[in-house]
Design a protein around this ligand. Structure first.
Ligand code: ADP
Length: 436
C-alpha cells in the first residue's frame, strides 16, 4: 500500500498521542481511584452511623428512618436477611455494626447493617461527588488534543513537504525531456541545497541538450554543403556537351569534396571517441622533436607552394604518450598556420623543455585572433574566418584541445606583437619522459 509521507506523519502523531493519552489515563486512575474509594466508603459509613444513632436515640421505625434519610445522595434498601451474602457477613456486621463493600472504576460502596430485625444496604457511588468530572474533563481534553493535533499535523506536513512535491513535479518534467524546468530555492537549508543541486543538474542537462542539438545541426550542415556540391557537379557531368577541361575540373571538385567529407567523418569519429575517453591508451616512448620534424616534412608541398619560410628550433625531447594522437596535435596546428599564413610569410616552430613542462610554440604571421575568439576557436565547428570555410570543418582545434586535456596539458593562443598568432601547447612531464 502506498501511503504518502504526509499521512504517515499524521498517523504517527495520532498513534503517539493516543498512547500518551492512555498512559496518562492509567496514571490518573491509579492516583484517583484509591481517593474515590475512600470517599465513597466515607459517604455510606456516615449515613450508616446516622441510621445507627437515629435508631438508638429516637427509637424510630425502619420506614421512618429511611424516609428521613431520603434527602441524602445514598439509597437505602432492605436486604433479604436469609441471602447467602448476609449469611456470609453476618458475623462482621454484628462485630463492627457494618460491613462495607466497594467495587468499580468509579467506585460505589455499599454498607450493610442491621436495622431492627431487618438488614439494610446503604449504597452510594463516587459519581455522586465531583471526581468523575475530572475524568470527563481529562478524557475530553485528550480527544480534543488528538483530533486538533492530527489536523494541525496534516496542515504543517503539507506545508513542509511542499518543496519536495515541487521537486518531484520538476523531476518528472525532466524525465519527460524538459530540461528547462527550474525550482525556486527557498525553505530550510537542506531543501535549498537540494533545490540548488537540482537546478544545477537541470542546467547541465539543458546545456548538454543544447550542445547535442548544435552538434547535430552542425554535422548535418557540414555534410550537406559538400554533398550539394557533389550532386551539382555530377549532374553537370551528365551533360555530353561539356568540354574535356570542364569534365576534368568538375571531376576534381567531386574528388576534393569527397576527400573533405571523408576528413570530416574521420574527425567526427576521432572526436567522439576522445570525448568518451578519460585516459590516453596505447602509450609508448617516442621522440617528440622527431615527430614534429616528420610532420613538417609531410606538409612540405603545402608550405612550399606558398613560399613560406620556416624557422624550426626543437630541443631533443622524449615523451611517453600516444604517438598517433600527439601527431594529430602538431598536424592540425601546423596545417592551420600554413593555411592562415600569407604567401611569402613565415612560420616558427619551437619545442623546448623547462623544469616542469614540455612547451611547443607554433607562430605564424597570418591574421591575429580577437580576444573574444581566442577561447571559441577550440569549440567544435567554430570557424572564425568565413572566407576559408571551405578549407576546414572547425573540428581541428577541438580535437587538439581534447587530446591536450587528456594529457593533462594546456593549449592556448596568443596574438604576437609584430602580427600573427602563436599557438602554445604545454605538456606536463610524465615519469617516463625523465628517462630521456
Ligand atoms: P578549421 O577547419 O576552420 O581550421 P580549426 O578548429 O582548426 O578549424 O580552427 C578553428 C578556427 O580557428 C579557424 O576557423 C580560424 O578562424 C581560427 N584559427 C585557427 N588557426 C589559426 C591561425 N593560425 N591563425 C588565425 N586563425 C586561426
Amino acid at each position: 500500500m502506498n501511503i504518502s509521507l504526509q499521512l504517515k506523519v499524521a498517523l504517527l502523531f495520532f498513534g503517539v498521542m493516543l498512547v500518551s493519552a492512555l498512559i496518562a489515563l492509567v496514571l490518573l486512575v491509579l492516583i484517583f481511584n484509591p481517593i474515590m474509594r475512600q470517599n465513597s466508603e466515607n459517604q455510606v459509613l456516615s449515613v450508616a452511623s446516622s441510621v445507627n444513632q437515629l435508631s438508638q436515640i429516637d427509637a424510630l421505625s425502619e420506614t421512618e428512618i429511611r424516609s428521613l434519610l431520603s434527602i441524602t445522595p445514598v439509597s437505602i434498601d432492605v436486604v433479604d436477611s436469609t441471602s447467602e451474602f448476609i449469611e456470609k457477613h453476618k458475623y462482621e456486621i454484628r462485630l463492627n455494626n457494618y460491613y462495607v463493600e466497594t467495587t468499580g472504576l468509579f467506585p460505589s460502596s455499599t454498607a450493610y447493617m442491621k436495622l431492627g430485625s431487618n438488614y439494610i444496604a446503604i449504597s452510594g457511588t463516587s459519581k455522586d461527588n465531583n471526581y468523575w468530572v475530572i475524568y470527563f474533563v481529562v478524557i475530553l481534553s485528550f480527544i480534543i488534543c488528538i483530533v486538533l493535533g492530527t489536523f494541525i499535523t496534516i496542515i504543517i506536513t503539507r506545508y513542509l513537504l511542499r518543496p519536495i512535491n515541487d521537486l518531484s513535479r520538476a523531476a518528472a518534467e525532466v524525465a519527460r525531456g524538459n530540461f528547462y524546468v527550474r525550482v525556486s530555492e527557498k525553505g530550510a537549508e537542506e531543501y535549498r541545497t537540494l533545490q540548488k543541486n537540482f537546478n544545477r543538474m537541470a542546467e547541465e542537462l539543458s546545456g548538454t541538450e543544447t550542445l547535442r542539438g548544435d552538434f547535430i545541426s552542425n554535422v548535418s550542415h557540414e555534410f550537406k554543403t559538400p554533398l550539394a556540391s557533389i550532386q551539382g557537379f555530377a549532374k553537370l557531368l551528365q551533360n555530353d556537351s561539356i568540354s574535356a577541361e570542364e569534365r576534368t575540373e568538375y571531376t576534381q571538385i567531386i574528388i576534393d569534396e569527397t576527400v573533405r567529407l571523408s576528413k570530416l567523418a574521420t574527425n567526427i569519429l576521432n572526436l567522439s571517441k576522445l570525448e568518451n575517453q578519460t585516459t590516453i591508451a596505447n602509450k609508448t616512448r617516442f621522440s617528440l622533436d622527431e615527430q614534429i620534424r616528420r610532420i613538417i616534412l609531410m606538409l612540405e608541398p603545402e608550405w612550399s607552394k606558398k613560399n613560406i619560410d620556416l624557422d624550426i628550433a626543437l630541443d631533443e625531447v622524449y615523451y611517453y604518450g600516444n604517438e598517433d594522437l600527439m601527431g594529430q596535435i602538431w598536424q592540425n596546428i601546423i596545417n592551420n598556420a600554413i593555411k592562415f599564413t600569407p604567401v611569402n610569410g613565415s612560420i616558427i616552430v619551437h619545442l623546448f623543455r623547462s623544469e616542469s613542462n614540455i612547451t611547443a610554440r607554433i607562430s605564424d604571421n597570418g591574421p591575429s585572433i580577437s580576444k573574444a575568439m581566442q577561447e571559441k576557436i577550440f569549440e567544435k565547428f567554430y570557424q572564425g574566418d568565413h572566407s576559408r570555410k571551405t578549407e576546414g570543418n572547425g573540428l581541428g582545434l577541438a580535437l587538439v584541445k581534447r587530446i591536450v586535456d587528456l594529457c593533462g596539458g594546456k593549449v592556448f593562443v596568443e596574438n604576437l606583437f609584430e602580427g600573427g598568432v602563436c599557438f602554445v601547447v604545454e605538456l606536463p612531464f610524465v615519469i617516463d619522459d625523465m628517462m630521456s
